[in-house]
Design a protein around this ligand. Structure first.
Ligand code: T1G
Length: 703
């Protein structure tokens, strides 16, 4: 194995280089190598200072997450960092790329930190259900103050070098070559000794917090709201409070105790599962990473409505010129105005520079000429969700688009094979199901048709990453994965209304459980009329049985489309999006129960959660059986990035594994007996429950 940490002297400075691609994670070998090389540097008389730097694209991006769950082999982070901090020679961390988690903690053990302007630092452990476990909760408050440290530790966002310098984390920004800059900096501090540069000895910032004891209570109250249900942000506050109330070594011990509790917690396991699942989704059997891809330098989007506009913005945000095609100048102008308004709102919030907005708007060209697609390497259709319209359009695209162009449909549930069959090049046709708003939501379901070429799959997965999205490959069926499962979830939520619950009770039960938004508030936001219009199209062929509650049609017949009509499952004050319980809806539901002859009963939150979440799990198991999703973890990624499922529960399939599939199956069988055929247990769920196995056992075969 190549040496993962090496030492060399440059002039009067010792240089320690960490070389553990891809992100210089602190594996066991790196930890040991760091100890050896620091000892070597301290023993090197000719070295008056030491520089620690990362090879490749980044400094250290943290502990090696793959080692979690196994006993941590020595040397541990605290041992290494104490060795750096107590060294008699100045040690400088030279940062590019990212210094995250244990990486930043190593840098805090150094006496100085220099960085290139594009570098970022952070303590994102909270996003893994952890807290900084190598002194970060003890040193960062001493360096930058308790409140800024609490923000960095309990939110886990990355901080760019300029801001990190303002905070006091970075001592100097290096323009040009980082190593050369770090060597120059080392010469200026060589021979100065290290007194006053050991963060553990700094007390001034901590003293301020000691005189403000309510700080932590107020911060806890804010975190309980912001990170509802999550353990690690609250426990991180306990560790930072220990930095204020205890001597440094005691505080370090407290931090380690809390870390040990969290690293074995279900929430941390769920969040680490989510981290790797998102990356695992890129691995497609039969489409190896070196599959040739087609260059995507220009794009075209057909339709500039809500979806088309958002998709066009995604291309412009990635710096890809995009032509938007509409059928009338009014529609085109309207669509471009919405795009401009979206960017202006981001600029107004200070999250985008005006010049960047102009650049992105400059990349978006509107036209009424469909022939304009001839220049595009990828064409994304985003027209009305009506099969006849899509078929007609793809027949035209087949004639107009250049050979080799990827022809993508943004359909949210229609048969991609039927659309591909309208062309003479079905191998170039694929589904790219963006989620609304397409310029914000990270998820794209990449729908492979029966004839979609492997290079088109590889090209589209790579394009999704270029657009800073999370692609998940799915097969063709009604609703693909996400929507097919959400139909079951919504069906159950509406049946619960007929049986005794009200929308605000169902939504609250699920939001308390961790969902970003309950099904009724979500439907009001998306527009109740979307499903209603599709059901009306399907009505003639749909058997008139209890496949879904008629309440959803009832409210639309009354024009209650949701937020856009100030009334849906809730009512809304003019100009407000706050959902308010509505007596009219309650009366309508009670009347529907009566019409159906259902004796209403009190329904516990626990039943609400089981009936809706297990409806997702049962359908997910069917989807796995049919091969529509490659992995259970892919289904989790879809729900975590497209449906507001709480990441600290890992996704519906991971959550079912944590409950135990025997228990989930028992409840599903009970619902089946009570509710009827759509609760038929998926055979895979029944099989795994019987064998005492988990969904994740199936994935490990594909790992
Ligand atoms: N450990 C192991 N593997 C890692 C890793 C890590 N920390 N970070 C990334 N990888 C893998 C990743 O799975 C992928 O693998 C490849 O590297 C490229 O990653 C003691 C306890 C650094 C911003 O949370 O945020 O330190 O798929 O696709 O988009 O207090 O990776 O190629 O096989 O994400 O350029 C704290 C997590 C750990 C940082 C780069 N650190 N990583 O993003 O590439 S806990 C983190 C990231 C800790 C201490 C505590 C990102 C990135 P593969 P990528 P990227």
């Amino acid at each position: 194995m190549a040496q993962q940490v090496r030492y060399e002297r440059r002039g009067s400075t010792g240089v320690i280089t960490i070389d553990n691609p891809p992100v210089n994670a602190l594996s066991k070998a790196v930890r040991q190598g760091l100890v050896d090389c620091v000892m070597q540097g301290l023993g090197d008389e000719a070295a008056k200072a030491l520089v620690v730097i990362g090879a490749g694209r980044t400094f250290i991006a943290g502990a090696d997450i793959r080692e979690f769950g196994q006993p941590l082999e020595p040397p541990d982070g605290n041992f290494i960092i104490a060795g750096l901090e107590t060294a008699g020679k100045p040690i400088i961390a030279a940062i590019h790329g990212t210094a995250l988690g244990g990486g930043l903690e190593v840098a805090l053990g150094c006496h100085y930190r220099v960085a290139v302007p594009s570098a970022q630092v952070g303590l994102p452990e909270v996003k893994l259900g952890l807290l900084p476990g190598a002194g970060g909760t003890q040193r960062l408050p001493r360096l930058i103050g308790v409140k800024p440290a609490l923000d960095m530790i309990t939110i886990g966002d990355f901080v760019r070098a300029g801001k990190a310098k303002e905070l006091g984390i970075i001592d100097e920004i290096v323009e040009g070559d980082l190593l050369e800059g770090a060597l120059r900096f080392a010469e200026t501090v060589a021979g100065r000794g290290t007194a006053g540069r050991r963060i553990r000895e700094r007390e001034d910032k901590i003293a301020e917090a000691r005189s403000n004891p309510v700080l932590f209570q107020e911060y806890r109250a804010a975190v309980r709201k912001r990170a509802r249900g999550q353990e690690s942000p609250l426990r991180s506050i306990d560790a930072v409070e220990a930095a204020v109330t205890l001597p440094f070594t005691e505080g370090l011990k407290r931090e380690r105790e809390i870390f040990q509790e969290l690293v074995t917690s279900t929430q941390s396991r769920a969040l680490i599962h989510a981290f790797f699942a998102e990356r695992e989704a890129m691995n497609i059997p039969g489409v190896p990473p070196d599959t040739p891809t087609r260059p995507i330098k220009t794009a075209a989007v057909i339709g500039c409505g809500t979806m088309g506009g958002g998709i066009a913005m995604s291309f412009a945000n990635a710096g890809i010129p995009v032509t938007v095609v509409e059928t009338s100048s009014e529609a085109l102008e309207r669509g471009l105005a919405v795009i401009r308004g979206n960017y202006a709102a981001t600029v107004a919030k200070g999250r985008l520079e005006p010049a960047a907005m102009d650049k992105r708007m400059g990349l978006i060209k509107g036209t009424l000429e469909l022939a304009a697609v001839k220049e595009a390497d990828v064409v994304v259709e985003a027209v009305f969700e009506e099969m006849a319209i899509k078929k007609d359009l793809f027949a035209k695209l087949d004639r107009l688009a250049k050979p080799g162009a990827v022809l993508a449909t943004n359909t949210s549930s229609l048969d991609v094979n039927a659309i591909a069959a309208e062309t003479a090049r079905p191998q170039d046709v694929i589904g790219t199901h963006f989620f609304s708003p397409a310029n914000v939501m990270r998820l794209i379901e990449i729908v492979r048709g029966a004839k979609t070429g492997r290079d088109v799959i590889a090209t589209t997965m790579k394009l999704a990453k270029t657009l800073a999205k999370v692609p998940v490959l799915v097969g063709v069926c009604e609703g693909f994965v996400g929507n097919r499962m959400i139909f079951q979830y919504i069906r159950e939520a509406q049946f619960l209304l007929e049986e005794g619950a009200l929308p605000w009770q169902v939504d609250k039960a699920l939001q308390d459980w961790g969902l970003a938004m309950g099904p009724f508030a979500m439907s009001d936001m998306a527009g109740n009329d979307v499903g209603w219009r599709i059901r009306k199209q399907q009505a003639p062929t749909r058997p008139n049985d209890r496949r879904y509650s008629h309440l959803a049609d009832e409210i639309c017949e009354r024009g209650r489309f949701g937020q856009k009509t100030n009334a849906g499952w809730y009512r809304y004050e003019k100009g407000s999006r706050a959902p308010l319980p509505d007596a009219e809806i309650e009366a309508l539901i009670l009347a529907e129960s009566k019409r159906l002859g259902i004796e209403r009963r009190p329904i516990a939150d626990e039943e609400i959660v089981k009936r809706t979440i297990y409806a997702l799990v049962n359908e997910g198991a069917r989807i796995l059986e049919e091969g529509i999703a490659l992995r259970a973890s892919d289904i989790d990624v879809i729900y975590l990035t497209g449906y507001g499922f709480p990441a600290w529960r890992g996704g519906p399939m991971f959550y079912a594994d944590t409950v135990g599939l025997d228990k989930v199956y028992a409840d599903v069988a009970r619902f089946h007996a009570a509710q009827g055929y759509f609760w038929r247990p998926a055979p895979l769920l029944e099989k795994l429950a019987r064998e005492g196995r988990r969904f994740s056992d199936l994935d490990s075969r594909k790992g």
